[in-house]
Design a protein around this ligand. Structure first.
Ligand code: AHG
Ligand code: MN
Ligand code: MN
Length: 335
């Protein structure tokens, strides 16, 4: 723990000078996301309680319907970003189309924000960790007008910031603006995210692999061979069912996370814009690698639609390289 506490807000402001073009908008956006994270955190922590309190007819003390937490998180993120006037548009895993910010100043805002408001939401009912993932791009459409689809369909390499919040035994916000990865733990006693993990570096290898092995028989040959290899090597299978949680572990102790194509999801299940790109950006910033099962770097895939899915192999660099060799050996992908 550093001798003097650095809060997320202090850290973000200090880092603003790293950007030659910075006008404070990006700083403001990151702070807004921090505020939304605290609000979502409060609700995630109360999830069990809300159910008890709202048991009669699923209503809370104000007589309102108890909302599904992923919709609640979605609404809070949109509200926090909408009020700020610092982004011109938002795209969310929970909304079919992107949202154009309505205020006058937003028309001149330079950024768009994309997010998965609650990742691993099926874990909520059983008190297992969930997360929020976000990604920020500079708009490519002209200022002084509404944002356009092309602002959101940018390659992951164009991200100017990305991060996640994990709501677990502690609530931790991890983000990068392209200059390393830092983590901030929420201190509930003062209601602030405090710098706790400076310059996170992913180990070159780890002892864990993370994949839904229940789908083994539905995977392609190279994936089955790789899983057999992990088992031969006595690697530990760790799979939470919340990508944020699995990636958080891998960032700190190393390992590999895989979500390949299955018969049910021929293109993979995870969303390129809301999950794969921000996570790949963070992992690469921490010294790791991220590719799809066609061996393309995730961050270089050109998105063609908002809810596009992608296969993903991400984590410790040597383990991703090893997986790549299995794909080259056993699949039809050209070497
Ligand atoms: P979400 O809750 O946002 O829909 O994401 C769930 C995702 C991801 O977090 C997780 O790794 C994966 O779906 C789990 O899928 P399977 O249940 O198919 O393994
Ligand atoms: Mn998700
Ligand atoms: Mn989600």
């Amino acid at each position: 723990m550093p001798s003097k506490i650095t809060t997320l807000d202090e850290f973000i402001i200090r880092r603003q000078k790293d950007f030659s073009y910075a006008t404070g908008e990006l700083t403001g956006l990151l702070r807004d996301i921090g505020v939304a994270a605290k609000i979502v955190n409060r609700e995630v922590n109360r999830a069990g309680l809300v159910n008890i309190l709202g048991a009669a007819g699923e209503e809370n003390s104000h007589g309102e319907q108890v909302q599904k937490l992923d919709m609640y998180a979605n609404d809070k993120l949109i509200e926090c970003l909408q009020n700020s006037g610092e982004c011109c548009g938002i795209a969310s895993e929970e909304n079919e189309d992107f949202i154009v910010m309505p205020t006058l100043e937003s028309k001149n805002a330079k950024y768009v924000v994309l997010f998965d408001p609650l990742d691993g939401s099926s874990n909520i009912d059983v008190n297992i960790s969930v997360g929020t993932i976000f990604s920020i791009y500079r708009r490519v459409s002209p200022l002084d007008g509404p944002c356009k689809l092309e602002d959101f369909l940018q390659k992951g390499v164009e991200q100017v910031a990305a991060g996640y919040i994990i709501y677990s035994t502690s609530t931790i916000l991890v983000y990068s603006t392209g200059n390393g990865v830092n983590g901030f733990t929420l201190d509930p006693s003062i209601g602030e995210f405090c710098l706790s993990h400076r310059n996170i570096q992913i180990p070159k290898r780890g002892l864990d692999y993370s994949i839904n092995q229940g789908y083994y028989s539905k995977f392609d040959l190279e994936m089955r061979r790789y899983i057999d290899h992990c088992s031969d090597e006595n690697l530990r299978l760790r799979y939470i069912g919340s990508m944020v949680s699995d990636i958080h572990r891998i960032l700190f102790i190393g390992g590999i996370f895989l979500y390949p194509n299955t018969r049910k999801y021929p293109q993979g299940k995870l969303r390129l814009l809301y999950e794969c790109n921000p996570i790949s950006y963070l992992v690469e910033q921490a010294g790791g690698k991220a590719i799809n099962t066609l061996l393309q770097r995730i961050l270089e895939i050109q998105p063609v639609e908002l809810h596009q899915r992608a296969t993903i192999v991400v984590g410790s660099p040597e383990m991703v390289d090893e997986m790549k060799a299995f794909i080259q050996k056993y699949s039809a992908v050209p070497n």
